[in-house]
Every structure is written in structure tokens, then in C-alpha cells.
Design a protein around this ligand. Structure first.
Ligand code: NAP
Ligand code: ZN
Ligand code: ZN
Length: 352
């Protein structure tokens, strides 16, 4: 075992503070990553506050969050073939899966029917808790690491590993592209990547935000249109307009109101994961053969495809880099929708 330093919530809803813990010695196919940056996802807040307890078996405390991990390979096991010391690599939301079920064989490890092993707040195959990227190092099997873009800054690419892939996967699956009208609800970490990626894929992009405060940013990120959902006219003006709506909102909103904005055969894909369930009316769907669906991050193969797409199109995240000592403040700002558009922890600050 090797000693690691990080930040953890010692119990549900506790503020995060310095924490020491151990990681396994690297095995023959493991790489050891010196973590340089880690993005702050709203899921980190939901989980450290135990807001998903109803949907998962357990929440494990102390919890070291972080699943937008970018760093440099520091050591490799003797059977590692994909990476060498010095490579720029990343780790997203999971670090292993069964590798044999039909989902794993299709590269859909995030839907593994046996067990996806989450990067933190999960248990590894030996039953030990997993610890995430708000820390100095991580040990991971080479098959569950990603190669980061060479031509883009590492800090601005860290959030691609969750926010980026969580939007890229449904945009691709529901064919966002030329001639398609796509709406993104919520201009936060996920939402701003939805705008950039849908735009890069060639779709017409509309942001549906609570107010017009972020309008100039939305346009700069690639949105063609920007509407405030606080204005009831938005819902009359845009009735039956979209082919695809991706809903990134972390809180309860009335899905039925947004479903009315879909044209015939349109789909609303839920990626936001609010604590409480939201009622869905049958008429919202039957009216125009609309669908509502969900999507969860993306598999390793698709995540690499997304990173390569971002490298090719020069797409990275808009970030605010901060020292880890400011993490609790950052959480408060995310909760107030006051993030432009992802906080990224500079892990060098752990030494302070
Ligand atoms: P975020 O940065 O906080 O963005 C969420 C955005 O939703 C906010 O910026 C805000 O946008 C909007 N919003 C917040 N509260 C709202 C309210 N009460 N009413 C209407 N709109 C509201 O969070 P994130 O990191 O992007 O994550 C978003 C959600 O996705 C979280 O629930 C997270 O757990 C989940 N998630 C899911 C997956 C997956 O695989 N499915 C992966 C990662 C994260 P405006 O200011 O523009 O209104
Ligand atoms: Zn995330
Ligand atoms: Zn599996």
C-alpha cells in the first residue's frame, strides 16, 4: 500500500478537509498517475451530501470525491503496453467493471450488468472503498485510463472526463448534427459542454437557462439561440420545436413543460440527477410520440473517441482553476449556479 493525500468529507454533509489514506501497490497492468488537475462535478456535491442514498446501496465515508482526473503517468506495471511514464492521461467516473458481460464487451462499461466500479464511493473487486481524484495520486488498470489531448491544456481537458462524455454520448446516440435542432437545459458544467459539442457536431443549438444572465457566454460557446425559462413566453414560442433536448439540471423542474417543446418523435434525454423524483404525465409523451430517455457518462471507447474529437475540433472546457483549500466555497457557488463553467482543482495546492 502507498500513502496518499487528499480531501475528504468525513461524513455525509460535512465540509471537505485534508485526509490521508492508502492506495494499492500497482499491479502488472496498473499505471500510477500523478494527479495534476481534477474537475468539480455537481455529482461530487450530491454524493458528499448523500443525496442519492435512495438510488444506491451505500454511501461510503470518509469520501474522497473527484472523477475528472487528469495527470501524468508516474510509474507502470511490467505488463502495461498502452502507456509509458510521462504520458498525459485521464480517469473518469469508473475504474473497472466485470469485463465479460455483454455491455462490457460492447464498450458500455458504465452499464455493466455485474458492477461498474466507480472511481469513488464504490468498492473495488476486493471490497475495498475507492477514492477519487481530489488527491495526489491514483492507481488504475491501463484499460480504464484515457489518453488526453496533446494540443490542449490539461486543466481545461480534465472536465471532459465526465462533463464532456456525459453530453457527447447522448448527442451522438440521438444523432445531433447538421439539420437537427438541439436544446440544452441548464448552462453549468455539463450544459456548457453540451453547447460546445452540439455546435461542433453541426446542430442548431438553443440554451434554456433560468435567466438571460449567461446569454453572452452561451453565444460565445456556440449557441444559436438563448432563452430564459423564467419567461413563460419561452414555452409558447418554442412549442414543438426541438428534435432533441438534453436536460442537465441538478434540481427538480417540471419535465412535462419541457416535453411540449419537442416536435413529433423528438426525445428528451435526462442526464441531470436531482435528489427527488419528478412526475411524468402520459399526455406529455403521447401527444407527439415523444420519448423521454436517460443517459449515463460513456464507455472507455467512446470517451477516447470524445477526447480525440475535442483534440481535432479544439474543444476544451471553460474553467476556473482553484486551490483545493477553496473546495467548500466552490461547492456553494456551484449550488447557486454561479460557476463559469467548471471549477478545476490545481492539485499542486495540496502541498500547501
Ligand atoms: P452544474 O454545473 O451545477 O449545472 C447545473 C445547471 O442546471 C446550473 O448551472 C443551472 O443552469 C441549472 N439549474 C440548477 N438549479 C436549477 C433549478 N432549480 N431550476 C432550473 N435550472 C437549474 O452541474 P453539473 O456538474 O453540470 O451536473 C448537472 C447534473 O448532472 C447533476 O445532477 C449531476 O449529478 C448530473 N450528472 C449526471 C451525469 C450522468 O452521467 N448522467 C454525469 C455527470 C453529472 P442555468 O444557470 O443555466 O439555469
Ligand atoms: Zn461527474
Ligand atoms: Zn460488465
Amino acid at each position: 500500500m502507498s500513502k496518499c493525500k487528499g480531501y475528504a468529507a468525513l461524513e455525509a454533509r460535512a465540509p471537505l478537509g485534508p485526509y490521508s489514506f492508502e492506495r494499492r501497490e500497482p499491479r502488472e497492468r496498473d499505471i500510477v498517475i500523478d494527479i495534476k488537475y481534477c474537475g468539480v462535478c455537481h455529482s461530487d456535491i450530491h454524493q458528499t451530501r448523500d443525496e442519492w442514498s435512495k438510488y444506491q446501496e451505500e454511501s461510503i465515508f470518509p469520501m474522497v470525491p473527484g472523477h475528472e482526473i487528469a495527470g501524468i503517468v508516474e510509474a507502470v506495471g511490467n505488463k502495461v503496453t498502452k502507456y509509458k511514464v510521462g504520458d498525459k492521461v485521464g480517469v473518469g467516473c469508473f475504474v473497472d467493471s466485470c469485463r465479460t458481460c455483454s455491455e462490457c464487451r460492447q464498450g458500455l462499461e458504465q452499464y455493466c450488468t455485474v458492477a461498474t466500479i466507480w472511481t469513488y464511493n464504490g468498492r473495488d473487486k476486493e471490497g475495498q472503498p475507492t477514492y477519487g481524484g481530489y488527491s495526489d495520486k491514483i492507481v488504475v488498470d491501463e484499460n480504464y485510463a484515457l489518453r488526453m489531448p496533446e494540443n490542449l491544456p490539461l486543466d481545461a481537458c480534465a472536465p471532459l472526463l465526465c462533463a464532456g462524455i456525459t453530453l457527447y454520448s447522448p448527442l451522438k446516440h440521438w444523432n445531433a448534427g447538421l439539420g437537427k435542432k438541439v436544446a440544452i437545459i441548464g448552462l453549468g458544467g455539463l450544459g456548457h459542454m453540451g453547447v460546445k459539442l452540439a455546435h461542433a457536431l453541426g446542430a442548431e443549438v438553443t440554451v434554456l437557462s433560468q435567466s438571460l444572465k449567461k446569454q453572452a457566454d452561451g453565444k460565445r460557446l456556440g449557441a444559436d439561440h438563448f432563452y430564459a425559462t423564467s419567461d413563460p413566453e419561452t414555452f409558447t414560442n418554442l412549442a414543438s420545436y426541438f428534435d432533441l433536448i438534453v436536460n442537465t439540471v441538478s434540481a427538480q423542474i417540471d419535465w412535462n413543460e419541457y416535453l411540449k417543446l419537442l416536435k413529433t418523435d423528438g426525445a428528451m434525454v435526462i442526464v441531470g440527477l436531482p435528489e427527488k423524483d419528478i412526475p411524468l404525465g402520459a399526455f406529455s409523451l403521447t401527444a407527439r410520440r415523444r420519448s423521454v430517455a436517460g443517459s449515463q457518462i460513456g464507455g472507455i471507447r467512446e470517451t477516447q473517441e470524445m477526447l480525440d474529437f475535442c483534440a481535432k475540433h479544439g474543444v476544451a472546457c471553460d474553467i476556473e482553476v482553484m486551490p483545493i483549500q477553496k473546495i467548500n466555497e466552490a461547492y456553494e457557488r456551484v449550488l447557486k449556479s454561479d460557476v463559469r463553467y467548471r471549477f478545476v482543482i490545481d492539485m499542486a495546492s495540496l502541498e500547501k
